[in-house]
Design a protein. Structure first.
Length: 94
């Protein structure tokens, strides 16, 4: 039986990111004044930063601790971020 890798989420920072997302408007014809007032959507995302580049953060919300799988992945452009708050991650007791 193949031995599974033990994954340690503690090496990734746990964060809360406040950011603005692009937002579609309903299709159809609309008055120009209404279109000019269209807003972005304020978002709060919580997760582990598994990748950070000059341009983006990649967050994940879930880990399978016995292998290298993750889910709820979100890539957020840094230009869209207003605030990144580092959170206290749970201790890895293994």
């Amino acid at each position: 039986m193949a031995k599974k890798n033990k994954f340690h989420h503690g090496k990734f920072p746990l964060v809360c990111i406040e950011w603005e997302d692009a937002q579609d408007h309903e299709t159809g014809w609309h008055a120009l004044k209404k279109a000019q007032k269209h807003l972005t959507a304020p978002i709060i995302s919580v997760g582990w930063i598994v990748e950070e580049t000059e341009k983006k953060y990649v967050l994940t919300g879930d880990f399978v601790l016995e292998d290298l799988e993750t889910s709820r992945i979100c890539s957020i452009p840094k230009d869209w971020c207003q605030k990144v708050i580092k959170l206290e991650a749970p201790k890895d007791d293994s």
